[in-house]
Design a protein around this ligand. Sequence first.
Ligand code: ATP
Length: 288
Amino acid sequence: LYKPVRDLGRLAAKFSRAGVSAQRVAEILDLQPEIEDAHDAIELVRPAGEIVFENVSFAYAGGKPVLEGLNLRIAAGERVALVGPSGAGKSTLVNLLLRLYEPSAGRVLIDGIDIRRYRRDSLRREIGIVLQENLLFGTSVRENIAYGRPDAPPQAVEAAARAARAHEFIVDLPEGYDTELGERGTTLSGGQRQRLCLARALVKEPAILAMDEPTASIDPVSARLITEAVGRVHRGRTLIVIAHDLADMSAYDRVLVLDGGRLVEQGSHDALLRQRGAYLALVERRHA
Ligand code: ATP
């Protein structure tokens, strides 16, 4: 009798702990997101991919202004590189495009419509994103790629992996696409993880692909593969790359130089070099 009675006592303690945990979970589920869809929000479906920042100002809560009266138009299908010193507001610009934050003044438009009018889930679906550090899940390679589009058939997952130059190393893994990844994908190198994340973005076939220093902390071979892959695959769709190392800049239609939350120069890589202004100074600093 002793053991069951002792277990009963433990059960009571477990119940009370579970009660507290459940309460915390409920509190989180009850939180209202800061940014909500308008009640008459519309779906963004297969946009052409034109992006306009119209007089956009923005500051993070309690912080100083990051963007000030920014005006910018990226044509559908254009390939632009965003460059500028650290803290210039490059990542913030991408955050606003994804509507992770709202501008304090001005508007961001996709295909001529204020992004506040779009349902946020549709916005996320049409914009592919690759960050410097991407989270991989402790599930199979296939699921990690299909996370971008859960209904993706196996052929689409493989096509995306091929396009991102990830297929080659995936088939060499112990169980190919069914290989389980460790916490945060520890069994892969930085470059492999990055190619997997590019595949995850590409499987959605997004109209707009935004990449935040995608090749900053990976080996040169992977960096080259990624740059090549993006150049080939995403042709005809809008591409915004936050570039740090300023290599291969001639691959872009236009380079936008951001400084202090403003667009200070724009033009092709060659034209900007000839201007001998902020861009040239950045390039010289990189290669110093
Ligand atoms: P880097 O090249 O270093 O990534 P960046 O041009 O992308 O810089 P942002 O990351 O957009 O610059 O940051 C612009 C400014 O906003 C910086 O002063 C930064 O400290 C601040 N900032 C960025 N993210 C946040 C945040 N989540 N909360 C508060 N301030 C932030």
